[in-house]
Design a binder for this molecule. Structure first.
Ligand SMILES: NC(=O)c1ccc[n+]([C@@H]2O[C@H](COP(=O)([O-])OP(=O)(O)OC[C@H]3O[C@@H](n4cnc5c(N)ncnc54)[C@H](O)[C@@H]3O)[C@@H](O)[C@H]2O)c1
Length: 283
């Protein structure tokens, strides 16, 4: 059994039925946490939850099939988690959708924005940019009242936010990333931190469909998230907030604080900020 770093902690992971959400859920239960696994696809969720139960035991896992695009979902996930486990400490906003939900071969044949309609745009913004706000809103009062919380959003590489063919993805992810930077500042001193964790490149999941001769085993594998997510969710990451961590750069052979420093930068693009022309009287 892995070390029980997260014993006593309760986490919600969204999009936990497959890919990186499943990998992070399995890492959490292996580290002693109890996990509410949210997923829109009930069948894959049932399978993933069984895998998690095999590691952490039946009492460590709460499968919650629900669609995050429905605005009432976030409050229900938080309420059901607290009712079942008696607390909530960690929210991992992992669910996301990309152009693969419009066209399977989009890497070869990119989806131009004029091939989308308003329903694609709304769904992209809802899953990639609004669900994270609603989850934070539903859980923040509980976290600040207990003086401890971890909000970790999975966004994407900064260039992917601007990539042609990714209008369903990049704009929502950019909003999500900016929101983390704002949350971190507003939560300063509360004991609740907000950070971004990304893999660092294309990952061997459903989101990255088979393309040409690209070998799946050469892609980043979903469990790259396991070590950094457990550290970010733990007491050890206290004080680390407003950062974007790249899991692919995490060096598990060095002490975690050093690995965290090497694998992270400030979230979003603060180096581009401070450019606004402000009235002198505002200073
Ligand atoms: N795969 C990559 O190359 C890559 C790279 C960088 C970042 N990411 C991000 O990592 C996260 C996980 O992606 P993945 O690669 O594991 O993808 P994935 O498609 O394997 O898993 C995402 C999961 O989210 C679920 N989901 C989608 N919409 C939902 C909704 N409305 N409500 C609840 N669940 C919903 C899906 O059903 C799916 O199980 C995403 O946010 C993605 O944007 C992925």
């Amino acid at each position: 059994m892995a070390d029980q770093t997260l014993k006593g902690k309760v986490a919600i992971v969204t999009g936990a039925g497959r890919g990186m959400g499943k990998a992070m859920s399995l890492a959490f239960v292996a580290a002693g946490a109890r996990v509410a696994m949210n997923e829109v696809d009930a069948d894959v969720l049932a399978e993933a939850a069984n895998e998690a139960k095999a590691i952490g035991g039946n009492d460590a896992v709460l499968p919650l099939a629900a669609d995050l695009t429905k605005e009432e979902t976030a409050e229900r996930l938080v309420a059901d988690t607290i009712a079942q486990f008696g607390g909530l400490h960690i929210v991992v906003n992992n669910a996301g959708i990309g152009p693969e939900t419009i066209r399977a071969d989009h890497f070869i044949n990119p989806v131009k924005f004029w091939e989308m309609d308003i329903s694609h745009w709304r769904r992209g913004i809802a899953v990639n940019g609004t669900a994270q706000f609603l989850m934070a809103l539903a859980s923040v009062k509980h976290m600040t009242a207990q003086g401890w919380g971890r909000i970790i959003n999975v966004t994407t590489s900064l260039d992917t936010m601007l990539r042609p063919g990714f209008s369903i993805y990049g704009p929502g992810k950019a909003a999500n990333e900016a929101f983390v930077a704002i949350m971190a500042q507003e939560l300063e001193g509360t004991g609740v931190t907000a950070n971004v964790l990304i893999p660092g490149g294309p990952v061997n999941t459903r989101m990255f469909p088979p393309i040409g001769n690209i070998k799946r085993e050469e892609l980043i594998q979903p469990d790259v998230m396991a070590v950094p997510i457990v550290w970010l969710a733990s007491d050890a990451s206290a004080g680390w907030t407003g950062r974007r961590f790249i899991a692919g750069f995490w060096d598990a052979t060095i002490p975690p604080e050093e690995a965290a420093a090497k694998a992270s930068n400030p979230a979003a693009w603060p180096q581009l900020g401070g450019n606004a022309i402000m009235p002198k009287s505002a200073s």
